[in-house]
Design a protein. Structure first.
Length: 98
């Protein structure tokens, strides 16, 4: 797999951290929306809806097994997957410009 040979670990870590922070914020926003305490804030409502994106694919495909600690492990795996995808896209853009 030539595509996964030269992963830039710095970009991967940065993207995974940013996606992780957004996942945490969207998790708490979705929790507040479920409890009915989020109010009319557009930003927090957008974050609440974004949780459906951040929990894909593990939670949608493996929902029957997502209980307890596996719920958060699934979110971490999703975060790392999205970090890898963004790093690969950035790497392809950089290589095309060279």
């Amino acid at each position: 797999m030539k595509l996964l040979k030269n992963i830039n670990k710095g970009f991967f870590l940065i993207f995974s951290t940013l996606i992780g922070i957004m996942t945490i914020l969207s998790f708490f926003a979705a929790w507040a929306k479920d409890e009915g305490t989020i109010g009319d804030s557009i930003v927090w409502n957008v974050f609440a809806y974004m949780f459906n994106i951040f929990r894909f694919p593990t939670h949608n495909l493996l929902w029957d097994w997502m209980n307890g600690g596996l719920f958060f492990i699934g979110l971490i795996l999703n975060t790392m997957l999205y970090g890898l995808i963004l790093e690969r896209i950035l790497n392809l853009i950089i290589n095309k410009r060279k």
